[in-house]
Ligand binder design. Structure first.
Ligand SMILES: Cc1ncc(COP(=O)(O)O)c(C=O)c1O
Length: 455
C-alpha cells in the first residue's frame, strides 16, 4: 500500500478539527493524538495515515462484510453512475437497479416478506418500519395501537425515534422524541442478569417480563416489538436458546408485529443471508437491514415488510406519505446487487459457518486470562467483557477505561477493535482466514496482558 507521510497526518487532523465524529467524547478528541485517520483499505486490512497496516477487527463498523476494495463492486457502482447517475423512486418513477435489488432481497428474505422500502441508514430503516406500522394501524381503525416494546441494551439508531427505541443509557443528557411511546423490556444479558438461573429459567423470566408489559400497557395499545437477533452495540448480548421463538409466539398471540433489526446480523455475519429464520427459526413481520447489504461501499438500508402489512397500506385510498430523495439510489442499489453477487459466488455466508466458528472459539480461548469475565457472541460478532474480579464479576469503574485501554494496546500491535465501556467488540470482515484469526488472538492476548500488568 502507498506510504503515507507524517505531513499528511498533521494536515488531515488539523482540518478534522471541523468534523464532528459520531458517538465520541468530543472534548477528548480535541487532543489530536487521540484521533486515527484511516486513508486506505484492502481486503481485511486498513492503512492509517502513518502508513501502518491494521487488521480491520470491526469491519468498518460491522459493515464491510466482503472485505475492502472489491473491484467488482467498485466497477458496478462506476458503470451504474455512467448509465444513470440518479433518479428518484418517488411518485410513479423507478429504475432497473432498485427494481432488481427489491426483487433479489425479497427472494432472500424469509416467509412472506415480499416488499421493500430503501433508505440510507439503519436508523431510517427502523423509523420507516414504525411509521409504516402506525399508518397500518390507523388504516385498520386502531389509532391507539402505537406503542413499541424494545429492550434495555438495544441499539436501533440515532434518529429521534430510533434513539427512543435504543437503550435508555445512550440518552443521558439527550432528549428522545418518543419517550412515552417506547417501553424497554429486560435485556437478555445472562452474564449479569441470570443470577444462577438455567437458560430455560432465564428465558421464562424474560417471557414473563414481556407478558407483564403487555398486561400493563394493553395489547390494544402496542403496535410492535423490535429486537436485534443478537444485540450488538449493547455489548453482544446473546439471548437464551429459544428466546426469539418464544417472543415471536407471544407477539403473535397478542397481535403485536415483530420487527427483526438485522442491520448487523444479515448478509453473512452469522453464516446466513438473514439470521431471523435460518439461525433463530422465526419469520418476523418486518426485517430491517443495512450495513452488510452493500458491505459499506454505498449507504443503503432496507425495510422489508410482509404481504399482509403491504396489503393494508396499499389499499385503495391509502397514500404512502413517506419518502427520501435518495431512497433506492442507483449507485447504492448497484453496489448492493454486486455485493450480494460477491457473497453468493464466493459462498461467504457458508464459509463463515466454519471460519466464524474458528474465530468464536479462538476468542473464547481468552477466557483463561485474569480480567476476562466472559467472551460471548457468535461467529464474526463477538464481545469480551473485562472484570476486576472473575468470581464476583465486579466491574471496573468507568474511569479505568479498561475497554479503551485494551483497544489502544491492540491498535499498537496492528488490530482495530471497538471499546464499549468494559467490553471490547470484534466484528471483522467475513473473509478472515485461519492465519489472520490466529494473529487476532495473539494480539488480543498480549494487549489484555499488557493492560492487566498496568492495572
Ligand atoms: C442493530 C442496529 N440497528 C440500527 C443501527 C443504525 O444503523 P445506522 O448507523 O446505519 O443508522 C445500527 C448501527 O450500528 C445497529 O447496530
Amino acid at each position: 500500500m502507498n506510504k503515507i507521510t507524517k505531513l499528511n497526518t498533521d494536515d488531515i487532523l488539523t482540518k478534522d478539527a471541523h468534523l464532528i465524529q459520531s458517538f465520541a467524547d468530543l472534548d477528548g478528541l480535541k487532543q489530536v493524538a487521540s484521533r486515527t485517520a484511516i486513508v486506505a483499505a484492502k481486503g481485511a486490512y486498513v492503512t492509517d495515515s502513518e502508513g501502518n497496516d491494521l487488521i480491520d477487527g470491526i469491519g468498518g463498523l460491522w459493515c464491510v462484510n466482503v472485505g475492502h476494495g472489491h473491484t467488482e463492486i467498485i466497477a458496478a457502482i462506476t458503470e451504474q453512475l455512467k448509465t444513470l447517475d440518479y433518479y428518484s423512486t418517488f411518485y410513479n418513477f423507478t429504475h432497473p437497479a432498485a427494481a432488481r435489488l427489491a426483487e433479489k432481497i425479497t427472494q432472500l428474505a424469509p416467509g412472506n416478506l415480499n416488499r421493500v422500502y430503501f433508505a440510507n441508514s439503519g436508523s431510517v430503516a427502523n423509523d420507516t418500519a414504525i411509521r409504516m406500522l402506525h399508518h397500518y394501524n390507523n388504516r385498520l381503525g386502531r389509532p391507539n395501537k402505537k406503542k413499541i416494546l424494545s429492550r434495555i441494551g438495544a441499539y436501533h439508531g440515532s434518529t429521534h425515534l430510533a434513539m427512543a427505541m435504543t437503550t435508555p443509557a445512550y440518552s443521558e443528557g439527550w432528549d428522545t422524541a418518543a419517550e412515552n411511546l417506547v417501553h424497554h423490556l429486560r435485556a437478555p444479558y445472562a452474564y449479569r442478569e441470570a443470577d444462577g438461573m438455567t437458560d430455560a429459567e432465564f428465558l421464562d423470566v424474560l417471557a414473563e417480563d414481556m407478558l407483564g408489559a403487555i398486561h400493563n400497557i394493553g395489547a390494544e395499545n402496542i403496535a410492535t416489538f423490535i429486537a436485534e437477533p443478537i444485540m450488538g452495540a449493547g455489548g453482544i448480548l446473546v439471548a437464551p436458546d429459544g428466546y426469539h421463538k418464544r417472543m415471536r409466539q407471544i407477539t403473535q398471540d397478542h397481535d403485536i408485529k415483530y420487527i427483526s433489526d438485522e442491520v448487523v446480523t444479515a448478509f453473512g455475519r452469522l453464516g446466513h443471508m438473514f439470521a431471523s429464520k435460518d439461525v433463530f427459526g422465526i419469520e418476523p413481520d418486518i426485517i430491517t437491514t443495512a450495513k452488510g447489504l452493500t458491505s459499506g461501499y454505498q449507504p443503503l438500508s432496507a425495510t422489508i415488510i410482509s404481504d399482509e402489512i403491504y396489503d393494508v397500506i396499499s389499499e385503495p385510498g391509502a397514500m404512502f406519505y413517506h419518502g427520501m430523495t435518495y431512497s433506492g439510489h442507483p449507485a447504492a442499489a448497484a453496489a448492493a446487487l454486486a455485493n450480494i453477487e460477491v457473497l453468493e459466488s464466493n459462498k461467504i455466508p457458508e464459509n463463515v459457518r466454519t471460519t466464524g466458528k474458528i474465530f468464536e472459539n479462538a476468542l473464547r480461548g481468552l477466557t483463561d486470562l485474569d480480567i476476562v469475565g466472559e467472551v460471548r457472541g457468535s461467529h464474526f460478532m463477538m464481545g469480551i467483557e473485562f472484570v476486576k474480579d472473575k468470581a464476583t464479576k465486579e466491574a471496573y469503574s468507568d474511569e479505568i477505561n479498561v475497554g479503551l485501554r485494551v483497544a489502544q494496546e491492540a491498535q499498537k500491535r496492528g488490530l482495530i477493535a471497538r471499546p464499549l465501556g468494559n467490553i471490547l467488540i470484534l466484528s471483522p470482515t467475513l473473509i478472515m482466514d485461519e492465519k489472520q484469526i490466529a494473529q487476532i488472538e495473539v494480539i488480543l492476548r498480549e494487549s489484555i496482558k499488557a493492560v492487566t500488568a498496568e492495572l
